[in-house]
Design a binder for this molecule. Structure first.
Ligand code: FES
Ligand code: FES
Length: 150
């Protein structure tokens, strides 16, 4: 059994330590907002936060999490409220099919927590998630909209 801190609560799971965090979240904890895309750390659909940093959960074994807090898209904002990035996403009509969007939002949130007022270049370089619907220009506008204005 392993206990992890997830979205501010502790949870105990019976997954083996080598199981990727993605499958612990989706299959054992029913946190299905985190998506499976490539499974090899390339697309970013599975992005969550571990100790505030964006990580690709498909390539992080459960054993690597340790005592560090994990946050998923379900925990991005307090219940019943929108994170400023989610509001900016709505304002810019970012989402198309939506599949990549939880990962995009988690990457963006980690960036703004680290760099509250990023440049356009910093956004482009920090958010390397893939989107088959081509929402990249809208993602950029939404992140800059949600950022602290310089
Ligand atoms: S599913 Fe994890 S990076 Fe693609
Ligand atoms: S919105 Fe469809 S893959 Fe990104």
């Amino acid at each position: 059994m392993t206990t992890i801190l997830i979205n501010g609560r502790s949870a105990t799971v019976s997954d083996p330590p080598e199981v990727p965090l993605l499958w612990v979240l989706r299959d054992s904890l029913a946190l299905t907002g985190t998506k499976y895309g490539c499974g090899v750390g390339q697309c970013g659909a599975c992005t969550v936060h571990v100790d505030g940093a964006a990580v690709r959960s498909c390539v992080m074994p459960l054993s690597a999490v340790g005592a560090r807090p994990v946050a998923t898209i379900e925990g991005l904002a307090p219940a019943g409220r929108l994170h400023e990035l989610q509001q900016a996403w709505l304002d810019e009509r970012v989402s198309q099919c939506g599949y990549c969007q939880p990962g995009m939002l988690m990457s963006a949130a980690a960036l703004l927590a680290r760099v509250p007022s990023p440049s356009e270049t910093q956004v482009r370089e920090s958010i390397t998630n893939l989107c088959r619907c081509g929402t990249y220009p809208r993602v950029l506008r939404a992140v800059l909209r949600a950022a602290v204005q310089p």
